[in-house]
Design a protein around this ligand. Structure first.
Ligand SMILES: [Cu+2]
Length: 298
């Protein structure tokens, strides 16, 4: 029984450690480059980290909060037309909160949790920014400013915000809503889903049916014209050749019997074919011998 329990405990511990290793944790790998900028060699980055400096207007840290934000394609599945999303689209904190964000990127690409509009005297370019190539976890801390304001949070990788990775963070009551926050506010450019699948498929099949009719009516006209032109071309050249050769042939066959004329013509044909065959075999020999010369070198 004890053995069984031990085995069970070991299995639980093992499976827990396997689960915990689903993504790379960058927290212990980061190097402090100063000014709140931390980086590691595995592509993790924190910018605007501030764990101790109070923003102007904050007498003290009002609250200490920790949040975990997941990012990935799967969180966009509930938002039609979107490709990437955070698992949370709206955050709300008291002014002067010390906030630690644990950012878990679940995709096999790079994502960011980037916050804009912070006071620039404290946060370079007014940004607090977590970034990592996933699947990975990265953490950072900032102290939120005083006052009611709505901050933009997004992923700044090209097109990721437009594809849905956008949220808003309200400090206090905020100062309004930002557009195109999936599931929260209306899109600036709404997608058009008016056409039903049946209507679209009917349109496509109607277009497909219309195409062969056009081809069928056009094709015979083209071939008819082609046949006509071929026949007339052959006829014209045959006539011209006949007219040119007529005096020569008349001279050659003068006084010959019909059987003799035919025999002579067959003889010419034989000689003609023989010379053509000779010419072709000569050409083939040349090509083959050329190949033989080249092949050993290559
Ligand atoms: Cu992204």
């Amino acid at each position: 029984m004890v053995k069984l329990l031990t085995a069970g405990t070991l299995m639980v511990i093992f499976s827990a450690s396997v689960l915990a290793l689903e993504y790379e944790d960058h927290s212990g790998m980061l190097m402090d480059h100063g000014d709140g900028h931390l980086m590691d060699m595995a592509g993790g980055m924190v910018m605007g980290q501030n764990t101790s400096t109070l923003p102007g207007g904050c007498e003290k840290i009002s609250e200490t909060k920790e949040i975990t934000v997941h990012a990935g394609h799967k969180y966009a599945e509930k938002f039609p037309g979107r490709m990437y999303a955070f698992d949370t689209q709206e955050f709300n904190f008291k002014p002067c909160t010390k906030l630690t964000v644990h950012f878990i990127n679940e995709d096999n690409i790079r994502h960011q949790w980037m916050m804009h509009g912070l006071p620039k005297y404290l946060y370079p370019k007014g940004m607090f920014h977590l970034e990592v190539s996933g699947p990975a976890k990265i953490s950072g801390t900032l102290i939120l400013p005083p006052g009611d304001k709505t901050y933009l949070v997004h992923c700044d990788i090209a097109q990721h915000m437009e594809k849905g990775m956008k949220a808003q963070l309200k400090v206090g009551k905020g100062d309004g809503d930002l557009p195109s926050i999936p599931g929260v506010t209306a899109y600036v450019i709404p997608d058009d889903y008016k056409g039903s699948l049946q209507a679209v498929m009917a349109q496509i099949s109607a277009a497909a049916e219309a195409v062969p009719i056009v081809v069928a009516t056009k094709a015979p006209v083209i071939t008819a014209v082609k046949e006509d032109s071929v026949i007339s071309g052959v006829t014209v050249s045959g006539l011209a050749l006949g007219l040119l050769l007529a005096p020569f042939l008349a001279k050659k066959f003068k006084g010959m019997r019909a059987s003799e004329v035919i025999a002579t013509m067959f003889d010419w044909l034989r000689v003609g074919i023989k010379s053509v065959v000779k010419l072709l075999s000569g050409l083939v020999k040349r090509i083959v011998s050329n190949k033989n010369k080249i092949l050993p070198e290559s």
